[in-house]
Design a protein around this ligand. Structure first.
Ligand code: CP
Ligand code: NVA
Length: 315
């Protein structure tokens, strides 16, 4: 969309619904072109640096392929190999990389790190996942829902599992922007970040849509058009794995639970998944699951982001 040129993509709260809709339309258009074998070089000569402080399969490959399809280049930068890993400051790294690159995607732990990158870089910064947010994934989720349901506004979405989680936080922001009702079921001690939740709830009040948090999965999933979950133990929380398996045991998305969703619900999971933990094989490998379309849509949604912020800024 016009007006996003030079902007960062750190969280969905930065954008209004028209901008998100514009990105989704651009993604659909470029997806169609790609299926026809057309790859217009909207980012010819541009280079994206991709800094990873955590593992990745989808994010790394979809950003890299996306840049190639847009006629540009992508450079994979492991924090182990960068001087960043030996103590060079985020500030200096951001300033120096801005002299070579046209954009930087970062996957890291503290959300503050991407903010510090953004404050010091003179090029667009994209959040490829932090402990707090995973906005590029939720844009791909929205694209997937739009394709399968034909609309976003007014749909009932439920998220079951860890509420204090990057996917849940970005979903709270995405749902409120797009006028979707979101019901979150999580154990009380794993509630979403208070600031993110209360600001979304305030915004939802003005739009007539709702964000609800409960500790009862059956209540949350009742009448859901879209059912979402994520891992119980996110990257960086491995030491808590055993406790989390215990704390979340009643929050598994199973065939019994999805009986309470609408008869044509779709199931989303950003992957990687742990079958037998947050979701059963029956559900994630079953007829309602759209997880592979969702994974593919990372590519198309991110091409729209890259083109908007690093290219001409137009759809
Ligand atoms: N969904 C997602 O971000 O996957 P990766 O961790 O493989 O990038
Ligand atoms: N919540 C998960 C998402 C992985 C893509 C994590 O942070 O590990």
């Amino acid at each position: 969309p016009a007006g996003l040129k030079g902007k960062d993509f750190l969280s969905l709260s930065q954008f209004n619904s028209d901008e998100i809709t514009g990105l989704l339309e651009s993604a659909l258009m470029m997806k169609k072109e790609a299926k026809e074998g057309k790859f217009p070089p909207y980012l010819k000569g541009k280079t994206l640096g991709m800094i990873f402080e955590k593992s990745s399969t989808r994010t790394r490959v979809s950003f890299e392929v996306g840049m190639y399809q847009l006629g540009g280049n992508a450079i994979f930068l492991s924090s182990k190999d960068l001087q960043l890993g030996r103590g060079e400051s985020v500030e200096d790294t951001a300033k120096v990389l801005s002299r070579y690159l046209d954009g930087i995607m970062i996957r890291t732990f503290a959300h503050k790190t991407v903010e510090t990158f953004s404050e010091n870089a003179t090029i667009p910064i994209i959040n490829g996942l932090t402990d707090l947010h995973h906005p590029t994934q939720v844009l791909a989720d929205l694209l997937t829902i739009l394709e399968h349901k034909g609309k976003l506004k007014g749909l009932n979405v439920c998220y079951i599992g860890d509420g204090n989680n990057n996917m849940c936080h970005s979903w709270i922001e995405g749902a409120v922007k797009m006028g979707m009702n979101l019901s979150i079921a999580c154990p009380d001690e794993y509630a979403p970040d208070q600031t993110i939740a209360s600001s979304a709830m305030n915004e939802a009040r003005t739009t007539g849509f709702s964000i609800k948090i409960t500790s009862c999965p059956k209540t949350a999933i009742n009448g859901a058009d879209v059912v979402i979950t994520d891992v119980w133990t996110s990257m960086g929380q491995e030491a808590e794995n055993e406790k989390r398996l215990h704390d979340f045991k009643d929050f598994q998305v199973s065939a019994d639970l999805v009986e309470h969703a609408t008869s044509d619900f779709i199931f989303l999971h950003c992957l990687p998944a742990h079958r037998g933990e947050e979701v059963t094989s029956e559900v994630i490998d079953g007829g309602h699951s759209v997880v592979l379309d969702e994974a593919e849509n990372r590519l198309h949604a991110q091409k729209a982001i890259l083109r908007a912020i690093m290219g001409d800024g137009m759809v």
